[in-house]
Structure formats: C-alpha cells, structure tokens
Ligand binder design. Structure first.
Ligand SMILES: [Zn+2]
Ligand SMILES: [Zn+2]
Length: 368
C-alpha cells in the first residue's frame, strides 16, 4: 500500500469541510437560493460532463459531437476533478478490457472500498496512453490533457467562487458549491465502480461482475444500468428501456435533433434480447440445478422446451433481418415491403415466445 498524498489531501479536505463547516454554516447562517443554484449548476455541469463527455463521448466514442459540445465537456469535465480527458478514458478502457482482473484499475475483486476510492488513494497505476491514440489525435482533448490542472482549478474553484464573490455569497459558494458539490458528485460517480459491480441485477450474459442498479442510475444520470453497459459498451444508451432513468441518453438524443451530436450508436434489439435470454437461462439452470425433486424436473423440461422455441424464433428473426438488409442493399423496393412485414412478424413472434418463456420460468421458480 502506498499513500497518494495529493489525492488523500484533496478528498480528505473536501470531505472534512462538507461534514463540519458546511452543516455549521447551514445551521448558523443558512444557505439561500443563490447558494443552492451554484451547487446545482456545478453538480449538474460536472456530473453530465463526466457521464456524457468523459464516459460516453471520449472513452467509448458512442456518438460524435460538434466542437462546441466537445469544448463544453472538456471544460466542465476538468472541473469534476477526475483527471484529464485522456487519463480517465484510458483507465476506463482498461476497466472494460480487463474487467475483474489485476489490470482493471478499479478491480472489484479487491473489495468495495478499493473499487470505490482506494484505487487512487492507496495505489498507483501506470497509465498506458496507447489505448487513447484516437483522443490524443484530437487537438482539444490533447490540449485539455496538457493544461488539465489549470483548467480544473479555474473551472472547479475559480468559477463558483467568483460567482459567489460577485453575488455576495462567497462562503455559501465555498461550503456548498465547491466542497459539498465535490463530495456529492464524487461519491455518486464512484458508486458505479463499486456498488454497480456488487449489487443489482445481472441482466445480460457475459458481463462478469457488472450489475444493473436503478438506484445508482438515479444518482448518476443513468450510468447505473452498468450490466447493460458492460454488455454493450459502445451503445450511447445505458438505460435501454423507455422507463429507465437515463438523462445522459436523453441529452445526447436531444442534441442530435439539433445536429450538435450525431452518429449515435445503438445495439440492435435482437442482440440485446439474445444476451438477455442467455443470462436468464443461466440463472434458471443455476436455480433449478440444485433441486432433484420430480416436480422440478418437470418444470425444467417445460422451460427447456420453451427455450428451444425461443431460440427458433430468434433464428427466424435473425434471418428476416438478413433478408431485409439484402433487399435494402439491392434497393429492391418491391420486395422490401414484404420483407419488412415478415421482419415485423418474426419480431412479434419472438416476443410472444419470450412472454411464454418468462411465464414458464416464473412458474418453475415458484416451485423453488
Ligand atoms: Zn464497470
Ligand atoms: Zn464504460
């Protein structure tokens, strides 16, 4: 174990102020609308620059953005005090490539606290910038990396404190807009590396320890659907269902309507459903495998039969997609209409089979 003093001091002091001076000031003086406005603006800007900018735009290239959007995210991303737009994505790409191994910078196998904060307080990491050559080639990202600490101090401290000073709210800005905001945003964001690799649902196959947690999604602009994200890291969405809380996705989509973001990457629905079915099957095999009761065997047979039907419907759906794409490429307008209908029917049939599969799986599970 080593002590990374600059990190220990930074996180120690901001946390200490938030736990002592901030509540004391709130009790004796109180925070008003301006103090809270600074707090919420800074929280929203830096959190969004982390999830929208550092994560989905820079680390995963899940969409493209106009220069003004890139610059906004580089500025407020620096203010989040989570390293530069080259270092953060480089470590994050390693996290995805080497998940749960020694080369994963925030390896959850070393415990909750290590993945949460220990990795940068008590450990050193060699950052291999070879995995961010594409970002190095972007002059704005390279420039932000070079002057990161200056931009971070200016945007993270200078801006809120200057606004506080000009409006006669210096202490409010310091205790709430700077100190408490750092702690709030950091703790929420760090949960993705710790809690989202420990608690929640494994919805999709092949995602190691990553879990979906709607609670974490609420705290992090939608990043909590981390199991989905590990299954399909280049998708600009993390919350893929319409009712999922994912303001990062909504912002990317909204900006695309004005041409500010473009080339949004989406995983085809069929791939998502394939990964989902396989995970559900694994869960059922695990749950049923332990039981030797004849009733269980019957339930397992039923589920297996449903699974075969489900696989067949997936195959039909896949074939319909291939056929449709072929005609589209050949620009065969006549056949395309028919193929489109077939595709829709195949898709509907899959979801019918999926519903039956879910029902038989639930019946089987109720016997456990
Ligand atoms: Zn992860
Ligand atoms: Zn990621």
């Amino acid at each position: 174990m080593v002590f990374i003093w600059h990190n220990i001091l930074f996180f120690g002091i901001t946390t200490l102020i938030t736990l002592t001076l901030t509540p004391i000031y709130a009790y004796f003086v109180g925070f008003d609308k301006v103090d809270w406005a600074i707090f919420w603006f800074m929280s929203a800007a830096t959190m969004m620059a982390t999830t929208f900018g550092y994560h989905r735009l820079f680390a995963h290239r899940a969409f493209k953005a106009r220069t003004s959007v890139v610059l906004w995210n580089l500025f407020w991303g620096a203010a989040a005090f989570e390293q530069s737009a080259l270092t953060w994505p480089s470590q994050h790409r390693d996290h995805h490539r080497f998940t749960d191994t020694d080369r994963d910078p925030y390896n959850i196998k070393r415990g909750f606290f290590y993945a949460h904060m220990g990795w940068f307080l008590f450990d050193t990491h060699t950052v291999d910038y070879d995995n961010v050559k594409d970002l190095q080639a972007n002059k704005w990202c390279a420039l932000q990396h070079k002057f990161w600490i200056w931009i971070a101090v200016f945007a993270g401290f200078g801006v809120p404190l200057a606004v506080g000073l000009l409006t006669g709210h210096f202490w409010g800005a310091l205790f709430l807009g700077v100190a408490a905001r750092f702690v709030f945003v950091h703790q929420c964001v760090f949960l993705i590396n710790s809690a989202c690799h420990m608690f929640g649902k494994a919805t999709y196959k092949g995602t190691e320890t990553a879990r979906d947690s709607w609670v974490c999604a609420l705290l992090t602009n939608g990043e909590g659907y981390h199991n989905y994200h590990h299954a399909f890291p280049n998708d600009y969405r993390n919350g893929v269902r319409w009712y999922h809380w994912d303001p990062t996705k909504w912002t990317i989509h909204l900006l695309s309507l004005f041409g500010m973001t473009y080339d949004l990457k989406r995983t085809p629905e069929i791939q998502i459903m394939q990964a989902r079915v396989e995970q559900e099957r694994t869960d059922l095999q695990l749950a049923f495998g332990a039981e030797a009761h004849p009733k269980m065997r019957e339930a397992l047979q039923n589920v297996t039969a449903q699974y075969e039907r489900l696989r067949a419907s997936l195959k039909h759906w896949e074939e319909a997609i291939v056929e449709y794409k072929k005609l589209k490429q050949a620009q065969a307008t006549e056949g395309m209409h028919h193929a489109g209908e077939q595709l829709e029917t195949a898709r509907r049939n899959f979801f019918k089979a999926y519903k039956q599969w879910s029902e038989s799986a639930n019946q089987g599970s109720s016997l456990l």
